[in-house]
Design a protein around this ligand. Sequence first.
Ligand code: SAM
Length: 237
Amino acid sequence: MKRPVDGPFQFRGKRPDEYPLPDLNPHMKLHYELVPPVVVAEEAPNFRGRWGDAFPEPDLPVHLEIGPGNGFYLAGMADRHPEFNWVGVEIRYKRVVLVAKKIIAAGVSNARVARYDAWQLDDLFEPGELSGLHINFPDPWKREINAKHRLVNAELVSWAASVLRPGGVVRIKSDHRPNVARFVDAATNHPFSMVNFIDDIGRNGAPWPDDLVTNYQSKFIARGEPIFAAMLTRDDD
Ligand SMILES: C[S@@+](CC[C@H](N)C(=O)[O-])C[C@H]1O[C@@H](n2cnc3c(N)ncnc32)[C@H](O)[C@@H]1O
């Protein structure tokens, strides 16, 4: 996964004293004060291959949520599934802070939120390191002219096939059907099995029993819009 920019790209965070206007974004400052559960961008790549070290119970299988937003899903799933360690990767300072506050409020010790760019996930996880991948309402970039900004693309699916261990799960939800269909279509080129593809969670129910309604999902529900979801599992090698 590489961000669609010309030339090499290295995602890195800055310490507050490196910013010309350090008081401009209060969330930037605050996210440093919430370590842990926050993992700052400068530290996150150090956990590649050893995310267990970020948690009190280092041997639990690791699940990743890309773009956790306000953190309701990440904190909620960590509470529901203490048998896993949960990592969220979120790029926006304000949302990192929201996620951290949700984790703290939930009182769970098995969730962390890394401030990082999901286009650079190779920096953070090594092959076979994850047991679960959760993608909820990724930015859709509906217009074809913006296609290069779509995070859910064939490269992400290829990355998912390598980073998930056999038996690992993928859960993806979106209000924009092509985002889910793109993952499912690309997965046919990799060792994935489709568990199910649901066209409208509202009418047909969630494709997994322990689903949680995310912040964005609740907005689409309020507007009466359909929500699409798919679940896949990583086959044995
Ligand atoms: C449409 S929101 C969905 C939020 C949440 N998953 C939900 O369902 O309520 C997309 C989220 O992805 C995050 N995001 C977008 N691009 C990202 C990137 N390159 N790396 C990490 N997070 C990103 C956004 O900041 C935002 O929190």
